[in-house]
Design a protein around this ligand. Sequence first.
Ligand code: F6P
Length: 364
Amino acid sequence: MKRCLVVTGGGDCPGLNAVIRAIVKRAAQEKNWEIVGSIEAFNGVLKEPTEVVILDEERVSGIHYQGGTIIQTTNKGGPFAWPVKNKDGSWSAVDRSDEMLRKLQYMGIEAVINIGGDGSQRISQKLSEKGCNIIGVPKTIDNDLTATDSTFGFQTAVQIATEAVDKLVTTAASHNRVLILEVMGRYAGWIALNAAVAGGAEICLLPEFPYDINKVLEHVNKRFERDRGFVNIVIAEGARAIGKDYSTLSQQEIGYENRMLGGVANLLMNELKEAGCEHSIRTTVLGHLQRGGVPTAYDRVLATQFGVKAFEMVIKQEYGRMVSYRHPEITSVSLEEALQKPNLVEPDTALMKTAKGIGIHFGN
Ligand code: F6P
């Protein structure tokens, strides 16, 4: 029996379970493969005692529409930066990758499928360079990877963000208010842009185009020209005013490497007031609601396609590569190519043209 380890790393994302199920179902057709899941990304392998589970057809039955991941995930630690407490109480990051690869060998793991975003695929690449038979499956609600036309989870996040705009529009109109919705996406504005277009927001502020607060205020005031009015603003968590830094939250989680973005909706409210806005303003932070719950049909389908492709790449020993969707094909790219540059909104992005075409203001 050959063994393939499946890992989900980084932030969770609707569709992860559909990928796991597809891998297990495809592997079951081969008869000579066993699928093993590592609990909490690679931490399950690194921990003593090891935390891994056998994933068979019974275990994955019916999980395709469940959010989250049945094998859990983490965006802390990992084989190259395992947090260790020093005697003085401080923490250091230790490279345990060689030890982990020996452990995988001992466990009889022939191949690894690592389902994760850019941080996880960087780990895939480093493990691949060390000789690990690894395949990456892209995952992110942020849609910030250039190596694939889209990632599962993104459509679900956009749907949830759009439903939030829909709800905020009615209350904004009833109260003649400025309502600001903060959505996720890290340094990419895809969720905000799509939700603004789908939900009919008047202003959309993206990380890619720092805003001029006076221009934002000017547009807000225009909407109130006839005494009454309302404005819905969708702001990406990574948006910022010209010349200002990102809005971040303080965090003390050991081994957490990313800057924790957040708070930009309240910041914008204060900036508008300081700039002279006299209208009533309220803020909503959508947060992790965008990552939870049932994946859309589109995301389930894409996730299932990615899972089947990943296992077929294991069979063909196409290691050191990441699954990718290039319409209409499910294909693959080298891990190196996969990580080259992030997928960001550009001024000439087709959807930007559409958004401008219907009068959405970008604060610049
Ligand atoms: O990358 C996915 C994402 O949800 C980002 O949009 C967001 O900035 C980040 O993860 C939040 O991470 P955490 O769950 O660690 O707070």
